[in-house]
Every structure is written in C-alpha cells, then in structure tokens.
Design a protein around this ligand. Structure first.
Ligand code: HPA
Length: 278
C-alpha cells in the first residue's frame, strides 16, 4: 500500500505533541514502544502520567488484543521516558506512515533514543521460546515504507542510510547486560512481514535462506521513521515460538501472547539493567 495523502503528517504530529505538557512537565529523552504481550514491562516505570491513545489527536487506535493503547510518561532508573504500551500494525489496515506516527510524535517531543520491543517467531537455532533477540539488522518485506509518499523535508532526508540502523553501542550494552544477568539473548536479523496470517513452512525456509533469524509483523516502520529523524535505535524481540514448520506445533495468537508474558520479566530486567548502565 502506498502512503496516502491522508496519512497524518508533521503538523498532525505537532498537534499530538502539543497535548503532552498538559499531562506532565516531564521532558522525555528516551522512548520505549512495547509489543504484543509485553505490557507488563511498564511495571518498572515510575509513572507520572498516562493518557489513552484515543485521547491524543491523530493517534491511530491500537485494536489488537494484547495491545493496550496507552501512552505513559515517567522515570525508569532516573531516565525521563515515554512508554507506549501497544502499537499499530500494517495488518490492521494502517499504512507504514500511520504505524510510524507515534514514533514521529516521540521525535517531536525531543526523544533522541528509541527502544522497540516485539514478539517474534524464531528461525535461528538460538531463537527458541523465551530467548531475546537484539536486532543487528532487518529485512523489510512489508511492501511499504513510512518515508514513501509526499515529501516533507521537516522530517529529514528522503533517501535515508540504513547501513547501521541499530545503534552499535546500545546493542553492545544490551548484550553485555543480558550476559551478566544470565538472560538468554543473541543478536540477529529480523524479517518484517505484513501478516496477519503466520508464515507457511516454505516461507520460513525462504526467510532463513534470505538471512533472517526471526520473523514478525512489526517494528520496522518505526525504525525507518526513527532513523530518518536521526534517533538512536535499539530493538529487542521476545521469541515467542519456533517459526512455522520448525516444530509440529501450530501457531495461535493466544500462545504468542502467553509466551510474551513469560518473557516480559526477562525483558524488563534487561531494560532495567541497561538504563542503569547508560
Ligand atoms: N511469525 C510472525 N510474527 C510472529 C510470530 C511468527 O511466528 N511469532 C510472534 N510474532
């Protein structure tokens, strides 16, 4: 789907940001977007204010179970932070630009570092349920890009370099803290597919040959928009299942959410150690 003229743009993002000072005087320097079943991580945040997405101008609605749709401002290990509990997906009918809108709002709020989390199916042999994967790189197979469509130079370059989309220092710090905490964690390539059906075993074999270590239906639109505005990005997938055909188990959304809940506590511990170390 090409980005539509009706996609919310810079002025809409500015309107959304303008509603934040009424909530709290806190100025976030870091943003955290939580994926499916990973909302429990919010427990670590000393919350100062919460607003539902529905009350923020132009914010798309998070419609999927396991995605709450709440915007929190607070402190985590002393770091002033915006935490977005719930995200939008291409498969909900949103364009990549709509999916990336909250990221752009965070950029206009002054956030320089963005941390994204998601659930993913494991392809690499280390990618077993309960493990965490720090993105080293991605394959965008969603057929859309939030940077496409009418150009607005206020967001930055049209042709954005993606050689090092994921910040080397943040990746290194995350892997180091995971090792110290004895959390199962590895680095790998995330393939973003449109969904919402899970992959066929043939698709997983193809993705493996393309170099994917894990597969999911999110995160990449946000990364593209974040890199355009020059944010530092870290993305971590909670592996919820072995990808289709790698076990005899069939995949269900409720199993993915259940596995996410179990991995949430490790993800929370890892982020806590990371923020303490930064
Ligand atoms: N495939 C795609 N997305 C996913 C999966 C999967 O196996 N698990 C969690 N999100």
């Amino acid at each position: 789907m090409a980005t539509e003229k009706t996609d919310p743009g810079y002025d809409e993002a500015q309107e959304a940001v303008d509603c934040l000072p009424a909530l709290s005087t806190l100025t976030p320097i870091m943003g955290l977007i939580l994926g499916s079943g990973l909302g429990e991580v919010v427990q670590h945040l000393r919350v100062e204010a919460t607003i539902s997405y529905a009350r923020i101008p132009h914010f798309p609605k998070a419609t999927i179970s396991g995605h709450a749709g709440r915007f929190h401002l607070g402190h985590w290990r002393g770091v002033p932070m915006a935490v977005l509990e719930g995200r939008m997906h291409r498969y909900e009918g949103y364009s990549a630009a709509q999916v990336a809108f909250p990221t752009r709002v965070l950029a206009l709020a002054g956030i320089k570092t963005l941390i994204l989390t998601c659930a993913a199916g494991g392809i690499h042999q280390k990618a077993t349920p309960g493990a965490l994967m720090v993105f080293s790189d991605h394959l965008n197979l969603q057929g859309d890009n939030p940077l496409a469509g009418p150009r607005d130079s206020r967001w930055g370059e049209r042709f954005v370099d993606m050689t090092e989309a994921y910040d080397a220092q943040l990746r290194g710090a995350a892997l180091k803290e995971a090792a110290r905490l004895r959390i199962r964690c590895f680095e790998g390539v995330y393939a973003a597919v449109p969904g919402p059906s899970y992959e066929t075993p043939a698709e997983i074999r193809a993705l493996r040959r393309l170099g994917a270590d894990a597969v999911g239906m999110s995160t990449v639109p946000e990364v593209l928009a974040a890199r355009q505005v020059g944010m530092r990005v870290l993305a971590v997938a909670a592996i919820s299942n072995r990808a289709a055909g790698l076990t005899r188990r069939h995949l269900t959304h409720s199993d993915v959410l259940e596995a996410g809940k179990k991995t949430s506590s490790d993800l929370g511990r890892l982020l806590d150690a990371l923020f303490a170390a930064l």
